[in-house]
Design a protein around this ligand. Structure first.
Ligand code: AP5
Ligand code: MG
Length: 217
């Protein structure tokens, strides 16, 4: 399965990506996670990306596209993948078509996580992310058993720099202007499946797997 997840910031893409990728046995490729790993590693790519991420803007397409082309060319992505956070505008979607065509494959399906504005603000304001394994927690909806420590790997949890209210507002505007049009782009090809992303994490996982199973090989 070659799958793209779309949905506004805070829809639960990263949370669901872990479960969906595991269920279907495909690698999870999150552009946000790759950028954040580069920021903490102090690489040139990280230094460049950080300026855009902290402002809630998209990292320039040429940088992001090159990174994704490289990642999708790796062996573990040959039989399938889950993309979380890419593509994020119509130009990136066109680039993805080209990358896949060059690899002799094409996208299977786009899963659209639908969630209302107030809920994403609540989800992002309480999010805590593990520095070590990247697992996502929520102080109210999915709390770790010890404050600021990851139950999965004992790593330290942190509040993402782009999760403060003003940046969240801007990220939501960027989503509406640049990313939401992808639903029409892929919808026009009959490739979009939308699910309600409200409810518990487990409820949403069940809905996602139910919606995607007909597309599994
Ligand atoms: P990215 O990391 O992709 O951020 P995003 O799209 O804004 O999405 P989030 O990670 O904020 O939300 P999510 O949907 O993953 O929600 P989560 O599962 O964490 O991108 C960050 C930045 O990187 C961008 O702004 C840009 O600068 C750059 N970037 C990345 N990709 C790029 C690209 N392709 N092109 C250019 N630039 C790019 O859940 C949120 C919270 O809610 C968590 O606390 C979770 O525990 C909780 N939660 C989840 N599900 C539920 C539920 N069902 N009920 C209650 N709480 C829940
Ligand atoms: Mg995420």
């Amino acid at each position: 399965m070659r799958l793209v997840l779309v949905g506004p910031p805070g829809a639960g893409k990263g949370t669901q990506a872990e479960f969906i990728a595991e269920h279907f046995g495909i690698p999870k490729i999150s552009t946000g996670d790759i950028f954040r790993a580069n920021v903490s590693g102090g690489t040139d790519l990280g230094q460049l990306a950080k300026k855009y991420m902290d402002a809630g803007d998209l990292v320039p397409d040429e940088v992001t596209n090159a990174m994704v082309r490289d990642r999708l060319g790796q062996d573990d992505a040959r039989e399938g993948f889950l993309l979380d956070g890419f593509p994020r505008n119509v130009a990136q979607a066109g680039e993805l078509d080209g990358i896949l065509a060059a690899l002799g494959s094409k996208l299977t399906v786009v899963l659209d996580l639908e969630v209302e504005h107030d809920e994403v603000v609540r989800r992002l304001s309480g999010r805590r992310t593990c520095k070590k394994c990247g697992h996502v927690w929520h102080i109210e909806f999915d709390p770790p058993s010890r404050p600021d420590v990851c139950d999965k790997c004992d790593g330290e949890l942190y509040h993402r720099d782009d999760d403060y209210p003003e940046t969240v507002r801007h990220r939501l505007d960027v989503y509406a202007a640049q990313t939401a049009p992808l639903i029409e782009y892929y919808g026009g090809r009959g490739q979009v499946v939308s699910i309600d992303a409200l409810g518990t994490v487990e409820d949403v996982t069940e809905r996602a797997i139910g919606a995607l199973t007909p597309f599994a090989d």
